[in-house]
Design a protein. Structure first.
Ligand SMILES: NC(=O)C1=CN([C@@H]2O[C@H](COP(=O)(O)OP(=O)(O)OC[C@H]3O[C@@H](n4cnc5c(N)ncnc54)[C@H](O)[C@@H]3O)[C@@H](O)[C@H]2O)C=CC1
Ligand SMILES: N[C@@H](CC=O)C(=O)O
Ligand code: NA
Length: 438
């Protein structure tokens, strides 16, 4: 059977892993795909490394457009990253009638609508399993396995670097900087790691899942994001005393008037499976109305785990390349003509539970003032903890309050009033809390 020819663009962590696994498991992969999948040509800025990785049988070039224009390439694999050259490459490949496989979540989250529309017109596939939660086949699950369901919400630990850093800090007492350096050395981090630690990468992935789950366009610009760089170790400690773990969590939820789309450090009850997802592992919890809660777990980053997803897409594309384009799985799970225009809700309208920590004067009446303000804002208290101030200042205390469900706008209004009390010093720390009941 004639081989399908791949043009590999980018031979770094994921590109190297993809070349290695394609070679090692060539026979098994061909048995599944129905024909061999062979790298015909590779392009990389680092020619020397690419030649070492690809070996003598694969042509290696510096210019990725050579791959997009190559007459013998059936599928272009984009593993460069970013949205400049990668976007030009993907659009050029599509123009040339080639299928595309990419691991680039930033590209899909920011330009997916344009890319899918063009691919639809040209009758080619753009596949991106590796872009979300690395090796976990969660796009496949959402797009194909859960099609019977009305999806209610998705919550995911979807940035391996941040989860690795939080775990190393908690378990080994490592500093933030040292843990980040390790994540970079292990190939988990983005070229610019601020994308990982400030929540952009998780928001890119959440945006993609939200589109597939609810049948809406990708709308990264409307996502709310907070990263882990400002997280205080004291809050990790207090959360733990209260029975919670803090994770960088992406949440997208269907509400009556729109869709929530937000990433932030979030408390999760430690008894939940997802709260125990540590290190570079990712997990995505999906709640469907028919199936209930389903959990997808596995490595979220790294060379071969990500290659596993890239190659799964290559097999899919190979199997479907000869199918009538009308009969292929739609890029965003819903037929393009059925994509809905549901609004993404502003963060002020989000409804969740909250963890609040304040530095208070340890005098009678302070708690009463705080709880009165919360009650007036329609925020009910779930539990409370008072500790001698962490900095051991006489007469001061840390007050930690967990709330029931409340609207973010109401919480912000109440916090402004609490911060104005004479008995409260500085800002109140506000973290979100999700119970994630199945
Ligand atoms: N590293 C990981 O664990 C994961 C990465 N991804 C995504 O996969 C993509 C690649 O990531 P990595 O392999 O980690 O990056 P990397 O930095 O290790 O590799 C990038 C490759 O692209 C090449 N390159 C960069 N600019 C180029 C240009 N203008 N022309 C030709 N070659 C160029 C580099 O020489 C290098 O070979 C990114 O979109 C990333 O977000 C997705 C899931 C996991
Ligand atoms: N930098 C990303 C890589 C995978 O998408 C992460 O840390 O999760
Ligand atoms: Na995946």
């Amino acid at each position: 059977m004639k081989a399908i020819h791949v043009g590999l663009c980018g031979v770094g962590t994921v590109g190297g892993g993809t070349a290695a696994v394609l070679k090692r498991n060539a026979e098994e992969i061909a048995r599944r795909a129905g024909r061999p999948i062979v790298i015909k040509i590779a392009a990389s800025r680092d020619l020397e490394r690419a030649r070492t990785v690809c070996g003598p049988d694969i042509e290696v070039v510096a210019d990725v457009m050579t791959v997009a224009d190559h007459p013998d390439v059936d599928i272009v694999v984009e593993l460069i990253g970013g949205t400049t050259i990668a976007k030009d490459l993907v659009l050029r490949a599509i123009e040339n009638g080639k299928h595309v496989v990419t691991a680039n979540k930033k590209l899909i989250a920011e330009y997916g609508n344009e890319i899918f529309a063009r691919a639809q017109e040209k009758g080619v596939m753009v596949s991106f399993e590796a872009a979300v939660a690395g090796g976990i086949p969660v796009i496949k699950a959402l797009r194909e396995g859960l099609t019977a369901n009305r999806i209610e919400w998705i919550a995911g630990i979807i940035n391996g670097t941040s989860n690795f850093i939080l775990t190393e800090m908690r378990d080994k007492g490592m500093s933030f900087a040292a843990a980040l350096a390790d994540a970079q050395r292990l190939g988990y981090a983005e070229a610019d790691p601020t994308f990982d630690i400030e929540g952009h990468d998780a928001a890119h992935k959440l945006t993609i899942m939200s589109a597939i789950a609810f049948g809406i366009p990708v709308q990264f610009e409307k996502a709310y994001l907070e990263g882990i760089s400002k997280l205080d170790a004291l809050d990790i400690k207090y959360a733990s005393e209260l029975g919670y773990r803090i994770k960088l969590l992406g949440v997208t939820r269907r509400r009556e008037n729109g869709i929530e789309l937000r990433v932030a450090p979030t408390l999760i009850p430690h008894k939940r499976l997802i709260a125990n997802v540590d290190g570079v592992m990712n997990a995505v919890l999906v709640k469907g109305d028919a199936v209930g809660a389903t959990l997808y777990y596995g490595p979220g980053a790294g060379a071969e785990p990500t290659a596993s997803a890239v190659i799964a897409d290559l097999v899919d594309v190979t199997r479907l390349a000869t199918a009538d384009p009308e009969n292929r799985v739609p890029h965003l799970a819903f037929q393009p003509s059925a994509i809905a225009n549901l609004p993404i809700l502003p963060i002020d309208d989000v409804e969740t539970c909250y963890y609040l920590r304040m530095d208070a004067n340890d005098k009678p009446g302070v708690l009463a003032d705080v709880t009165r303000i919360l009650a007036e804002a329609n925020i009910s208290v779930d539990s409370m903890l008072q500790k001698p101030a962490a900095e051991q200042v006489d007469g001061r205390a840390d007050i930690i309050i967990l709330t029931h469900l409340a609207v973010e706008r109401h919480v912000n209004e109440a916090l402004a009033r609490i911060e104005a009390l004479d008995s409260i010093t500085g800002h109140v720390v506000k973290l979100r809390l999700e119970h994630l009941h199945g």
